[in-house]
Design a protein around this ligand. Structure first.
Ligand code: UD1
Ligand code: PEP
Length: 417
């Protein structure tokens, strides 16, 4: 198993260009199966989840070419509606293929998805919504068989603004007869990116970024070229790297509007942040201030995908911080690992109380999920001595050239296989 070895205590300084967003590229690549044509996607991050998505697309017969960060998918050769179980289980986003394949082939067979171990992650909203569009769904032995010869637009009320369910409905409804309305839709920037991709294909979708999305079904979808938005969570992770090391880091290729909630909390922690629309400089404080209350909330609230990374910063704040994780039931698996490094954190249910300590110390710790792994790496950058982070395949799911980027701004980090 690959590991990171980090010698902590180096101030980071320099410039990093942020990659394309994982949580945008995966649904958009799933959407390439919608038409019978060739689609090109730019600014694709080099992460392991992308490799899984490419394998899935090839497994259903698409021809996929990847040159640097450009991926071309020829979906004219799609030849099966069965998505291989071993690939679906590797990655949560594979479930988004359900809506896309249903729209393209009127049929799909898929197993329950994988993803981070951050809670049960049910897909009942997805299945209920697809049924409302007219799909017939059977579930047995962990497989879902879905048929939809005659999908019809529907008025769908989501119980929660689920990102994945909103995406699945957009994909399934794009070719349905008539109009679909999604109420209480997710408003994340990745939903807007998906709408832009689908509309460039000839879709008629309106309202992404608000809580009501309208999809007017169309008959034909054409070839498309699309550039993925910058990854707001990768940007946030590098911002914490600068903050926790008292560094001075400039980030390029960001969308400042997408990270306002992260900027606000890092300012509360004492970081100095200067930005224009696409570039941001973050200077870490000499003394990190605690954050009295941080709650993870659907966009534009503070993202659950940044909870662990900000917790690492608060472990060395000058006082007590409180974090409430409201999206996922089990997203504190990094806590016992941070405690091994000398952090003082107590959790009660979905609330973590973090009493800042003056210094973390290097230790051998294990990544339990993607962002929790990134949080341990960040803690290692600030800790005294050597930190070994095990199971970094979790981190590889979502970060491109992480050790190269961090080394280029002064970190002492290396990967051993
Ligand atoms: C709202 C939110 O922040 N969503 C995050 C979620 O998206 P992802 O699409 O994975 O999850 P959802 O947005 O669907 O889930 C939000 C909440 O709804 C529940 N739920 C969801 C679907 C369903 O059918 N039934 C159900 O009960 C989930 O258990 C969770 O508590 O994880 C991604 C990866 O970490 C993040 O990038 C997204 O920002
Ligand atoms: C948990 C994450 O991803 P996934 O939903 O793909 O597991 C994440 O991006 O933080």
């Amino acid at each position: 198993m690959s590991k990171y070895i980090i010698e902590g205590g180096k101030k980071l300084a320099g410039e990093i260009a942020v990659s394309g967003a994982k949580n945008s590229v995966l649904p958009i690549l799933a959407a390439t199966v919608l038409n019978n044509d060739i689609n090109t996607v730019f600014n694709v991050p080099d992460i392991s989840d992308l490799k899984v998505m490419i394998k899935i697309l090839r497994a259903v017969g698409c021809k996929v070419d990847r040159v640097d960060n450009i991926v071309t998918v020829d979906s004219r050769t799609l030849n099966t509606v069965r998505i291989p179980e071993e690939l679906v289980r590797e990655m949560r986003s594979s479930i988004i293929l359900m809506g896309a394949m249903l729209a393209r082939c009127q049929e799909v067979e898929v197993s329950y998805p994988g993803g981070c171990e951050i809670g049960p992650r049910p897909i009942d909203f997805h299945l209920k919504a697809l049924k409302e569009l007219g799909a017939e769904i059977e579930e047995s032995h962990g497989f879902i068989y879905c048929k939809g010869n005659n999908l019809k637009g529907a008025d769908i009320q989501l119980d929660y603004p689920s990102v994945g369910a909103t995406e699945n409905i957009m994909l399934a409804a794009i070719k349905a007869k008539g109009t679909t309305i999604i109420r209480n839709a997710a408003k994340e920037p990745e939903i807007i990116d998906l709408q832009n991709y689908l509309n460039a294909m000839g879709g008629k979708i309106y309202g992404a970024g608000t809580s009501i999305i309208r999809i007017d079904g169309v008959d034909h979808l054409n070839s498309v070229e699309h550039t993925i938005i910058p990854d707001r969570i990768v940007a946030g992770t590098y911002m914490v790297a600068s903050g926790i090391t008292g560094g001075e880091v400039v980030l390029k290729n960001i969308e400042v509007d997408h990270i306002q909630s992260i900027i606000a909390k890092l300012r509360e922690a004492g970081c100095l942040i200067y930005n224009n629309c696409t570039t941001l400089k973050i200077i870490g404080p000499k003394i990190i201030s605690p954050i009295e209350s941080l709650q993870t909330i659907p966009y534009p609230g503070f993202p659950t995908d940044m909870q662990a990374q900000v917790m690492s910063l608060l472990t060395i704040a000058n006082g007590t911080s409180i974090i409430s994780e409201t999206i996922f039931e089990n997203r504190f698996k990094h806590v016992p690992e941070l405690v091994r490094m000398g952090a003082n954190i107590k959790t009660v249910g979905n609330v973590a109380v973090i009493k800042g300590v003056s210094q973390l110390t290097g230790a051998k710790v294990t990544a339990k999920d993607l962002r929790g792994g990134a949080c341990l790496l960040l803690a290692g950058l600030a800790a005294k001595g050597t930190t070994i982070v095990d199971n970094i395949y979790h981190i590889d799911r979502g970060y491109e050239k992480l050790e190269e980027n961090l080394t280029s701004i002064g970190a002492n980090i290396r990967r051993i296989e």
